[in-house]
Design a protein around this ligand. Structure first.
Ligand SMILES: NC(=O)c1ccc[n+]([C@@H]2O[C@H](COP(=O)([O-])OP(=O)(O)OC[C@H]3O[C@@H](n4cnc5c(N)ncnc54)[C@H](OP(=O)(O)O)[C@@H]3O)[C@@H](O)[C@H]2O)c1
Length: 246
């Protein structure tokens, strides 16, 4: 897929989503930046990239909001050729104390909303003759993590959604991939990094340090830029090999 096409990014206000949005814009794409405030990335946006951003309000847990945001981006740009379902939250608690309210918040934002956005972008991609969906999962989808039953379950669901839709929509020339990061320092875990986590990760990650949002943005952008027509349905782990390290 070359530039001059439109990719939507959810949760483009901060963290990994903002960096993905700017990386795609840098590579020539028009980027539908879906954020709860509707004001686009809250980080510094280089002046030359600003005209490529179509900033649109969207709460991914609200079906009507997702439908309306995608219709708005399509109306402004002419078509949608891809989406990055990046918006996500991390809430944790000991499993025996985890309320259904918190469990459901995590599932609805990280898993159900990914399905909703895929379903709602589908007619736009079909209309465009096909497209690419990148769901941002996590390497927590394949490991057991104390206090993280909701988050891990939600990210395992992202892998399942990715596989099912890749199989079901291949005939429409739609590819679906799960980019699953390891530890990336963002607002999602900034508090945890103030504790013993950094020292723990220095021992657990073979390269001794966490990744950056730019690492995730470059892989995601490559999926849209390279001709990888036989690659679909897979979860691509980008975790410095932490998830497979002994
Ligand atoms: N950081 C990591 O180590 C790591 C590792 C693996 C996977 N991930 C995944 O990567 C993705 C991005 O995480 P991050 O680290 O960049 O987190 P972050 O810095 O906390 O940013 C989260 C983003 O999601 C948005 N968001 C949350 N709920 C939303 C909703 N209901 N509607 C629309 N937007 C919503 C936030 O918007 P607001 O600004 O409006 O709050 C924000 O833009 C998530 O799916 C996360 O699970 C992160």
């Amino acid at each position: 897929m070359s530039g001059k096409k439109t990719i939507v990014v959810t949760g483009a206000s901060r963290g990994i989503g903002a960096v993905i949005a700017l990386e795609l814009a840098r590579r020539g794409f028009t980027v539908g930046c879906l954020t709860r405030k509707g004001a686009g990335p809250e980080t510094a946006v280089p002046a030359e990239l600003a005209p490529r951003l179509v900033n649109t309000k969207c709460d991914v847990t609200d079906e009507a909001s997702v439908k309306h945001a995608l219709a708005t981006v399509a109306a402004k740009t002419g078509a949608i050729h891809g989406i990055v379902n990046n918006a996500g939250i991390h809430l944790d608690a000991p499993s025996d104390k985890l309320t259904l309210d918190v469990y459901n918040q995590v599932m609805s934002t990280n898993a159900t909303a990914v399905f909703t956005a895929c379903r709602e972008v589908y007619p736009h991609l079909v209309k465009a003759g096909g497209g690419i969906i990148v769901n941002i999962g996590s390497y927590f989808d394949k490991i057991g993590v104390k206090r993280n039953v909701a988050y891990c379950t939600s990210k395992a669901a992202v892998g399942a959604i990715t596989r099912c839709l890749a199989v079901e929509w291949a005939s429409k020339n739609i590819r679906v991939l799960d980019v699953a990061p390891g530890y990336i320092e963002t607002d999602l875990n900034r508090e945890a990094f103030k504790g013993p986590l950094r020292e723990f990760l220095a021992k657990r990650i073979p390269g001794n340090k966490p990744g950056t949002p730019e690492d995730i943005a470059k892989l995601t952008a490559a999926i849209f830029c390279e001709d990888l027509s036989f690659l679909t349905g897979e979860t691509l782990y980008i975790d410095g090999a932490q998830g497979i390290a002994h």
